[in-house]
Structure formats: C-alpha cells, structure tokens
Ligand binder design. Structure first.
Ligand SMILES: Nc1ncnc2c1ncn2[C@@H]1O[C@H](COP(=O)(O)OP(=O)(O)OP(=O)(O)O)[C@@H](O)[C@H]1O
Ligand SMILES: O=C(O)[C@@H](O)C(=O)CO
Length: 424
C-alpha cells in the first residue's frame, strides 16, 4: 500500500497517541523510535509511518535537525504528505520547538501554508478564539501551568506561536469553522493571499475537526494533536487512496511480570499513582536523594520484590515538591536524574522477567523506551483515548508497553491497562 502520511512526533507518548488514533481506521500503522537506521522495506504495507522523537524540550537547533532527518527518511520512504504532532496542550518552551520545526517542514516540503490544530475534544482539549482550553479551564489556569519542564502560562496560541516562527500567525476562528468547509477554505485562501503561512484553527468538537481536515486535506503539511490526524484516514478511504482489506494482525499474548514506572507529575497521573499505590507494592523516588546517592537503593528495593507481583515505582510529586527539587538541582538536572533512575530500573525489571510495562509521562517514556533498546512498536488496543498497548521485541523477547501521556486516562488507568491486556 502507498505510504499515505509520514508523521513526526515530538515525544513518545504523543507518538503512540497519534498511532492509536490513526489505527482506529483499521489501516496499518508503523511506529518507529528515533530516526531509523535502515531504509523502509519496500514490501512494508503500513499506510502511516510515525517517527517518535524526544525533542519537545531539546535545544532548538538540535530539535530542528532531528526533525529534518526524520523528514528525509519519510520522503525517501515515499511519503509526500506529512504530519507534525505535538502536544494537545501545546507544550513548548519559549523558543520552540513547535514553531521552528513547522517552519523547517514548510520550507522543506514546499508547502505554502499549514494549520495548527492541537484540539482533542475527546480528551477535553479545545481551541476557541485562538485560546486553548483544558476541560473548562484556560490552559494557563489548568494544572499545565505547573508542568515541571514546560509550564504553560499563556493560553493564546497566536501569542505563543508568533515568537517561534518567521512571519505572522493567522487565526481561523470558530465563527468561520462552524460555517463549514467553503467558509474555512475561503479564510485559509485569504490568509495565504495575505502571505500568512501559519494558521491557528479553532476546534471545539469533532465536527469542527472534520471540517478542518477536509479543508486542509490538500496541504502537504499539517500540524497538531492526534485528533485532527485521526480525521484523515476516513478521507483517504473515501477517496479510494486506501482500502482496509485484511490488514488486521493477531496481537501477541504477553505473560511475565508487570511494572508501572511513572515520571509524570501531571494532575491526572498524580491521582492514578495515588490510586494504584493503595493496591500494589510501591516505591517513591526523590530526585534530591537520587542526585546524591544514585538509584542503587531503588534498584535494591526492586530486586527484593516478587517478580510476578505488579509493582509501582514513581517520582510523581505535587507541584510544591517539584519546585523544591528544581530549586535545589535545577529544572533540567531534576528531570534528568529521575529519567536516568527510571531507565536503570526498567532495565533491571526486564532482566528480572518483567514483560508488561506501563510508563507515565512523555519524557519518561522516551528515556525508558530507549534504555530498553526498543526501535519499533506495533500498535494494540486502546486502554483509554490516545493510550494504546504497544508491543516490541527486546533481546528476542516480546514485551508489552503502554506509554501514557501525563493527563490521559481515568483514575484507575493502571489497573485498567493490565485488565485490558489480559482481555486481548
Ligand atoms: N519529583 C520530581 N521533581 C522534579 N522533576 C520531576 C519529578 N518527577 C519527575 N520529574 C520530571 O518531570 C518530567 C515530567 O515529564 P514527562 O513528559 O515525563 O511527564 P508529563 O509531561 O506528565 O507527560 P506528557 O508529556 O506525556 O503529558 C520528567 O523529565 C521527569 O523526570
Ligand atoms: O497530545 C497529547 O496530549 C499527547 O499525545 C502528548 O503529546 C503528551 O505528551
């Protein structure tokens, strides 16, 4: 099958989120970790290629260079349309990397214009008059204001994006989107005529996303959250560019110990960790202790646990504790010691026979997946919106991995995840 869309995601949970929404169509999705070393196999039947980068908070030059290499691989693989996936809460630093990567992709794909559509109504993210909402709260008033790496203190996407890109940022607001395809196409054409290449598009519900996908379908580059991408496969099917015939593959059965590793401090993860800690053996990691003494004590704790019983190891903490750790260690170092410790623990867990891993947090998932040496994931059933089980081979063994975005899933997500796997 022709490769319909080449996608680049700025973190690993975002990549599995995107892959899950594309896979809802029944069309085959390939998810690769980092820029693949090998060329794509010409017999590969995936309709969608997703390359997961870990570049959300990297220095701009490095992030742009990685995305450029990912684009080159996707072009070589045969893609002529591209999707740039970032967080539905527009997580970025003051400098980027949403805008600089989009700018580079526009230039390299020869596209005249692109849209920015982070809305994910199913998960409570909507954009109205250029302002991003999380549930009923403005982004800047939501728990995202306390994010350890990318605190979001402004909700106005035009204002957030403008310093990150070359040229002005336009808005296609909800009054236009709600009028439908013709009105939105006319607005995009008008903005393009005025030289506006970057357009924020309002979307409150899935109907809006349908209109936006149809209006921007011919653009070589689209950008946004997973939900707008999830609108594309039905359009490919409708237009006869893809067919669903016999693509379903049997999913592996995975037995072996289970562990939850959490480096996410997001509000929903905090509730999920509290819920699960009441049910299984658990260990809390303190970044300050890790910076002083490394992960030896935590690794020893894991060694003493029964490998067959589920375990929870987490650095998840309240905003005040995160602040204290960051004041002592610096923001970057605090994150880094946690990511390193959880990576070592994941390796040990694998060596002790753990084969089912749930990881909370995008940066954390990036670190752990790389530590396990995973290079490709196949997509299994969704546990919650945007969080699928995925499967990988590590040292010849099949493992199941669920990479959970910080704020995704309900309070019982960790138990739901293992129940869902048992039922596959
Ligand atoms: N107690 C802590 N103090 C300071 N930093 C921490 C602490 N616990 C975790 N961190 C760091 O906070 C960051 C959390 O980012 P991560 O992307 O993993 O989670 P998230 O933002 O909730 O997830 P997502 O990006 O999928 O929404 C990581 O770098 C992690 O190492
Ligand atoms: O879009 C989202 O919210 C997630 O896929 C994500 O990127 C979290 O890191």
């Amino acid at each position: 099958m022709t490769l319909l869309l080449g996608c680049i995601a700025d973190d690993f949970t975002g990549a599995t989120d995107l892959a899950a929404l594309l896979a809802r169509s029944g069309l085959p999705v390939s998810l690769r970790i980092g820029i693949p070393r090998e060329k794509r196999d010409p017999n590969d039947t995936a309709a969608f290629e997703v390359i997961a980068l870990k570049c959300r908070t990297s220095p701009v030059d490095l992030a742009v260079e990685q995305a450029r290499q990912a684009l080159a691989w996707l072009k070589e693989a045969g893609a002529s349309r591209f999707f740039w996936k970032y967080c539905s809460t527009f997580d970025s630093t003051a400098e980027g990397n949403i805008g600089p990567i989009a700018d580079m992709l526009l230039t390299e794909t020869g596209a005249r214009q692109t849209i920015y559509c982070p809305a994910f109504p199913e998960n409570g993210r909507s954009v109205f008059m250029g302002h991003l909402f999380v549930g009923e709260q403005l982004l800047s008033e939501s728990p995202m204001k306390d994010h350890p790496l990318t605190p979001m203190r402004d909700s106005n996407l035009v204002r957030l994006l403008t310093p990150q890109v070359a040229g002005d940022v336009g808005l296609a607001n909800h009054n236009i989107v709600s009028k439908g395809l013709t009105a939105l196409r006319a607005r995009l054409a008008q903005l393009s005529h005025d030289g506006i290449r970057h357009v924020i598009v309002d979307a409150v519900g899935d109907d809006d996303l349908g209109t936006i996908a149809a209006a921007s379908f011919d653009m070589p580059l689209l950008t946004g959250g997973s939900a707008i991408a999830g609108q594309l496969p039905p359009l490919y099917l409708e237009q006869g560019l893809a067919s669903r015939a016999a693509h379903r593959r049997a999913l592996p059965k995975v037995a072996g110990g289970a562990v939850v590793l959490s480096g996410s401090c997001s509000a929903m993860t905090r509730r999920q960790v509290a819920n699960y800690a009441e049910q299984v053996a658990s260990l809390r990691l303190d970044p300050i202790a890790l910076a002083e003494g490394g992960a030896a004590a935590a690794r020893e704790w894991l060694r003493r646990q029964s490998p067959d019983a589920p375990r929870l190891i987490y650095a998840t903490a309240e905003p005040e504790d995160v602040r204290q750790a960051q004041e002592r260690l610096g923001r970057e170092k605090a994150g880094q010691v946690v990511e390193e410790a959880l990576s070592e623990i994941a390796r040990d867990a694998f060596d002790y026979g753990t084969r089912r891993f749930v990881v909370a947090g995008g940066e954390t998932s990036g670190a752990i997946t790389q530590a396990l040496g995973v290079t490709q994931l196949s997509i299994g059933p969704e546990i919650a919106s945007g969080v699928p089980w995925t499967f990988a081979t590590v040292e010849g063994e099949t493992i199941a991995l669920a990479l959970k975005s910080g704020n995704f899933g309900g309070e019982t997500f960790f138990t739901d995840a293992f129940d869902r796997l048992g039922a596959t």
